[in-house]
Design a protein around this ligand. Structure first.
Ligand SMILES: CC(C)(COP(=O)(O)OP(=O)(O)OC[C@H]1O[C@@H](n2cnc3c(N)ncnc32)[C@H](O)[C@@H]1OP(=O)(O)O)[C@@H](O)C(=O)NCCC(=O)NCCS
Length: 186
């Protein structure tokens, strides 16, 4: 599959900007993600999350970008772009089917201000326009209420529960599937 390119100009609104991760972000990424909510909902492994995982993820994510499968962004403060608020990505990009998934997390200090919804709106708008997506998926755990609110606020439709969908933290996890089609973004 053809490589995915980062948006030019970068995606921004009045509050957040989305840019590629940099090596200098590693300490902030580790600190932001090492909180109980991120680990509970977004860390699928049984082994402890460490800085080594973040270092490796930069290389893995670049490989996925070059393979046309994923595009990972640092979510940063629009006025101070070295200040990391969280992370977001397109994953499971399938250009043949014109489908992709969207994911996100925020550091604890960045929550409660609607920043995940802002991030999803930027990604969805660009994905429909520039990747010509016909369908954008957002998946989360059945007990991840905050994430489900983000999906609903952005106009996604709750389509059902995929039972035993994922290997997760040593077991398997159900997934709530949300879908967004062109013209439905709010
Ligand atoms: C999901 C996440 C990014 C949302 O961050 P956020 O944009 O700051 O979201 P908020 O804290 O404002 O919460 C969004 C909504 O859920 C509600 N909410 C948050 N926690 C809740 C809870 N435990 N129970 C019920 N409602 C809750 C908020 O009141 C808000 O409601 P509103 O839309 O009516 O205003 C953040 O919680 C996070 O980083 N979680 C850990 C990683 C994660 O779960 N990623 C998503 C994986 S699918």
């Amino acid at each position: 599959m053809a490589p995915l390119s980062f948006p030019r100009p970068p995606l921004v609104d009045e509050v957040v900007a989305l840019r590629p991760w940099r090596r200098a972000d590693i300490p902030q990424k580790v600190a932001g993600f090492s909180d109980p909510l991120c680990l509970r909902f977004s860390w699928p492994l049984t082994e402890r999350f460490t800085e080594a995982h973040v270092r490796r993820s930069l290389e893995d994510e670049e490989r996925e970008r070059l393979n046309g499968k994923a595009l990972n962004f640092a979510v940063v403060d629009v006025a101070a772009r070295e200040h990391v608020l969280g992370g977001a990505e397109f994953h499971d990009v399938d250009r043949a089917r014109s489908c992709a998934g969207v994911g996100y997390w925020l550091a604890p200090h960045a929550r409660g201000r609607g920043l995940a919804a802002r991030t999803v709106r930027l990604l969805a708008g660009w994905g429909f326009e520039r990747l010509a997506l016909a369908r954008l998926e957002l998946t989360c755990a059945p007990d991840n209420t905050a994430s489900q609110r983000v999906a609903e606020r952005c106009g996604f439709t709750r389509e059902g529960v995929l039972r035993s969908h994922l290997p997760f933290q040593g077991g398997r996890r159900d997934t709530v599937m949300y879908g967004l089609l062109p013209g439905e973004l709010r």
